[in-house]
Design a binder for this molecule. Structure first.
Ligand SMILES: NC(=O)CC[C@H](N)C(=O)O
Length: 227
């Protein structure tokens, strides 16, 4: 079988695309660079929306990126089942594009937070978390100023009842997210967004926080092989 092709989108101001591409490469898949102004997804098997400060975070994080040409391709493709993950700014973009419910707002502390954070994998029935154990605790870096997940009471109840909370903060909540939510999935489970950064936790050589992030990348390979 030829290597799975995972598109990594770069917007002006994206920071983490190189790390995401490296993580894709480390699990034996091919990273396909996608530019915000592209009008096609180049036939990729999955898409990674990396973190950063796309379009300078102007208006709100992700508010302008949502209108980038590549998003006009990505939104219907995700609706048709293409596996998509957004980390940090990528999660913010997925919420702004209404591929995921709710919004990411200023951290309650009003300070940017940068630390290694323990989180719990609450849901393994997604394209991006199937390689983990249900309830597994892992450590991933967080680094954001607008990571406080909020949603209406009705949406929160639906997320909880449907098992759509994928990752939850454990041992402290870095930003005041409601219900300690660090990441969620869509109804179908192909779209996942989370504030922590799995792509920064994939190589022993880098030291802390270790390689707990690799599971997100091995999950997508497993998903593509099983599909
Ligand atoms: N690391 C990131 O992706 C940062 C996201 C966003 N710019 C924020 O500060 O909230």
């Amino acid at each position: 079988m030829s290597a799975a092709r995972v598109g990594v989108v770069t917007f002006p101001g994206t920071l983490d695309d190189q790390d995401a591409a490296r993580a894709v490469h480390l699990v034996g898949a091919q990273a396909v660079p996608l530019w915000h102004a592209d009008h096609d997804l180049k036939g990729v098997d999955a898409v990674f929306l990396p973190g950063g400060f796309s379009y300078g975070d102007y208006l709100r994080c992700g508010a302008i990126s949502r209108f980038a040409p590549i998003m006009a391709e990505l939104v219907p493709a995700a609706g048709a089942g293409l596996p998509v993950i957004g980390t940090c700014n990528g999660f913010q973009i997925l919420c702004e594009a209404h591929l995921l419910p709710g919004a990411l707002t200023r951290n309650v502390s009003l300070h940017y937070v940068c630390r290694d954070q323990r989180v719990r994998i609450e849901q393994t029935a997604t394209a991006w978390t199937n390689a983990f154990e249900q309830g597994q605790e892992i450590v991933l870096p967080v680094k954001h100023g607008e990571g406080r997940y909020v949603a209406s009471g009705e949406t929160l109840a639906a997320l909880e009842a449907g098992g759509h909370v994928v990752v939850r903060y454990a041992g402290g909540n870095p930003n005041g997210s409601l219900n300690d939510i660090a990441g969620i999935r869509n109804e179908a489970g192909n779209v996942v967004g989370l504030m922590p950064h799995p792509e920064h936790a994939v190589e022993e050589l880098v030291g802390a926080p270790g390689t707990d992030g690799l599971g997100f990348f091995t999950s997508i390979l497993k998903n593509l092989v099983d599909a």
